[in-house]
Design a protein around this ligand. Structure first.
Ligand code: CP
Length: 320
């Protein structure tokens, strides 16, 4: 059997095959253990130079990529828009070409424009990894969500996952939809009509109009952040109203036919899309998602650098 490869860049899950997604998830498994070691390091990317180019705020993704890179022994540099010549008007491509002139190997990019990662990947030789581009995709978030679901349910095929909230503005939703459907899960979206993309059902998802419907239907809820910075546009009447109608509360979950696994990509608006007793409750895997983020990102970096999936059985995975 031929083992799939990832190609040069990871821009999204839309154009990956089920085999490629499976490969990343399976490669992440042995990397989980590296983060549990007293010395959290393997030499897999020794000698590689990686630039983390973050043009938008990030806590989890930026730090998680940096940990993943350091745990693989890569050399890393972080570049933010403020403090770099981007703030003087330098273009994305010029910035990246100047970095390449310093002989880098990979770029991890977060950008406010949908398509920025693809645009860059088409123009530079280095591997490009999308760490979230506008409303397009956030592939490593989708992958870590899938790994967390697989950890809990042991399989993704046939699993019912409801993605709840501000789907319209969510790159996380898109990556989850593409990835989960490819691996055979059933996906529903639930939110106010103003926060659901028009024609979303054409992606192959079910639309559930009420949060109570999602809670009745699903095995797991992936609760999206209400993107408060966009709410002045009048997508919802008020935050209180949103919480009253769509908030995931313990009272609502108590009426579910089974215990639902609770995911949230973060950052959370406690008391808006999710109540604290749910976020911190026994069925929440919000922090395990963050832990899995490091392993997934190690897997992506490793595979794009040309690593073999069976690394753990060879000497390449051991620190010497
Ligand atoms: N989930 C996520 O992308 O979080 P950050 O914006 O903090 O990276």
């Amino acid at each position: 059997m031929t083992v799939p490869t990832l190609g040069k860049d990871l821009v999204g899950l839309e154009h990956l095959s089920a085999g490629q997604i499976q490969l990343i998830l399976d490669t992440a498994e042995p990397f989980k253990e590296v983060s549990e070691r007293p010395i959290k390091k393997v030499p897999a990317l020794r000698g590689k130079t990686i630039v983390n180019l973050f043009f938008e705020s990030s806590t989890r993704t930026r730090i998680s990529f940096e940990f993943a890179e350091k745990r693989l022994s890569a050399d890393t540099v972080n570049v933010a828009a403020s403090g770099s010549s981007v703030s003087k008007g330098e273009t994305l491509v010029d910035t990246a070409r100047n970095l390449e002139a310093m002989r880098i190997d990979m770029v991890v990019i977060r950008h406010h424009s949908s398509g920025a990662a693809q645009f860059l990947g088409d123009r530079i030789r280095s591997n490009v990894i999308n760490a979230g581009d506008g409303k397009h995709e956030h592939p490593t978030q989708g992958l870590l969500d899938m790994l967390t679901l697989r950890d809990h349910f042991k399989k993704l095929a046939g699993l019912k996952v409801a993605i709840c909230g501000d789907v319209l503005h969510s790159r996380v939703a898109r990556s989850n939809i593409w990835g989960l459907l490819k691996l055979g899960a059933e996906v529903a979206v639930c939110g106010p009509p103003t926060l659901l993309p028009r024609g979303v059902e054409q992606l192959g998802v079910t639309v559930l109009p009420r949060i109570e419907d999602a809670i009745q239907w699903a095995d797991a809820l992936n609760i999206l952040r209400l993107q408060l910075e966009r709410m002045e546009a009048g997508f919802i009447p008020s935050l209180r109203e949103y919480n009253r109608v769509f908030g995931v509360t313990s009272d609502r979950l108590a009426r579910a036919p089974k215990d639902l696994l609770i995911l949230h990509p973060g950052p959370m608006n406690r008391g808006v899309e999710i109540d604290s007793d749910v976020a911190d409750g026994p069925h929440s895997v919000i922090l395990p998602q963050v832990t899995n983020g490091v392993a997934v990102r190690m897997a992506v970096l490793y595979l794009l650098a040309g690593g073999a999936p069976d690394w753990v059985s060879g000497s390449g995975g051991e620190e010497r």
